[in-house]
Ligand binder design. Sequence first.
Ligand code: FE2
Length: 285
Amino acid sequence: MALTPDQIERWERDGFLVIPDAIAPERCAELRDRAREIVDAFDPATVSIFSTHEQTRTSDEHFLSSGDAITCFFEEEAFGPDGELAAPKELAINKIGHAMHDLDPVFDRFSRQAPIADAARSIGLGDALLLQSMYIFKQPRIGGEVTCHQDSTFLFTDPMSVVGFWVAIEDATLDNGCLWAHPGGHRGPLRKRFVRDERDGTRFEELDPTPFPSPGGPDLVPLEAAAGTLVLLHGLLPHWSDVNRSDRSRHAFTVHVIDRAARYPEENWLRRGPDLPLRGWGATT
Ligand code: FE2
């Protein structure tokens, strides 16, 4: 269903839009089951710890080659001091990324379902390319913080066009690490870009010194979201999520899309091989 004029107005004003009950419970359950199957089949021998802290992400081949693959990443706190996995595999995975929407039929259907595609059309992204998908577990007790950031840092286009479509697969609350966002913050500058360097490692390129709003400060508002809620996030919107110290997981799915007409620079970390071209909302576009 298309967004209402009021929803579009709020989206333009805030840089995010929360749409409760957008996604049917059975679709969420189906995606959760499929994510569980992918984790069950995953061999943890090739390990990557995912974090937005700079030092752990740089030059990680496991991460850099995941743009056209289905890859599991571990929580930072999933390992004991001896480097051994301290929790069962299914409670230790931070996320699955980054091309399930093109490689897995269940994720493909979920990513391109009408409530998401219709919302995209309503905000001018009818002719978009689906660039990146993630299934985020935010595990009980060890679910990691995602530091305040803008998605355009990681998925840059010229002109900037990235929008994230985030779906609560389980209830996201203050206790289990819901999203927090800075209303209107999408009108601020892009702070930095995450780019590949010449040695095929990565680095952050500083663009603007404007600080991010502080977690716990007055500028960030919590986006508590019951399962089935769809949240649209502008690529320039500063957002943050806390650690999950509760005993409940906080599963979520995101698909990030870009305008087909925008330039996608070579130096972005996410790359697709020639065998897997980006696709739009329709199966054949
Ligand atoms: Fe993000």
